[in-house]
Design a protein around this ligand. Structure first.
Ligand SMILES: CC(C)(COP(=O)(O)OP(=O)(O)OC[C@H]1O[C@@H](n2cnc3c(N)ncnc32)[C@H](O)[C@@H]1OP(=O)(O)O)[C@@H](O)C(=O)NCCC(=O)NCCS
Length: 162
């Protein structure tokens, strides 16, 4: 399963389910963009758990990914990142649009996610798509000095009846 979108900076982005052999490239991006990255084992477990694991490709290069756990009518975005050299080109928007469209086509009701309050880029992106804060998860994330809370966000999905 794949789909193709574009951004002003990138004429063709492909979204393709991640395979085991993509995970080294995923882990390389992950350790570049996060101070507390997932391990390659976390990604492998996600693929084996049948979570939705999407890679975003441009010019034959993996440039972003998203890991989504779906249960009943709810999706939970567990991980979402764009390679640093591709950031601020609209890739995050295109990948999130793809995930929301899939959720709508799959007749899901809501997408949940956690984000650090210090993650301005993530917060702005999610706000642009209409995510609302539903709560705070205390001490959710590791941080350089102890722990950091997570903001718990949700987006109601307008279902697309096909
Ligand atoms: C958050 C992230 C996925 C955004 O991806 P991106 O491809 O750079 O995002 P886009 O270029 O599509 O930008 C979308 C919006 O995000 C916001 N944004 C992105 N980077 C930003 C930054 N450095 N500062 C402020 N706002 C930013 C802007 O509102 C932007 O919209 P605009 O261009 O109309 O102003 C990316 O910064 C990233 O991978 N960060 C590290 C991993 C991470 O934090 N993931 C989210 C965990 S919850």
């Amino acid at each position: 399963m794949s789909a193709v979108l574009s951004t002003p900076a990138c004429p063709e982005l492909s979204f393709v389910a991640l395979r085991e052999h993509d995970l080294f490239a995923v882990a390389a991006i992950e350790s570049d963009v996060y101070v507390f990255p997932w391990t390659i084992g976390n990604f492998r477990d996600s693929v084996l758990s049948a979570y939705e694991c999407w890679g975003c490709w441009a010019c034959g290069e993996l440039i972003g990914y998203a890991i989504v756990m779906t249960a009943l009518e709810e999706a939970h975005l567990l991980n979402f990142a764009v390679a640093s050299k591709w950031q601020r080109c609209g890739v995050g928007k295109a990948l999130l649009r793809f995930l929301i469209d899939r959720a709508a086509a799959g007749r899901l009701d809501v997408i949940y996610l956690e984000v650090r309050p210090s993650n301005l880029a993530g917060l702005r992106l999610y706000e642009q798509f209409g995510f609302k804060q539903l709560g705070v998860r205390k001490d959710y994330y590791p941080a350089m000095a102890g722990r950091e809370d997570a903001l718990f966000l949700g987006l109601s999905i307008v279902r697309k009846i096909l």
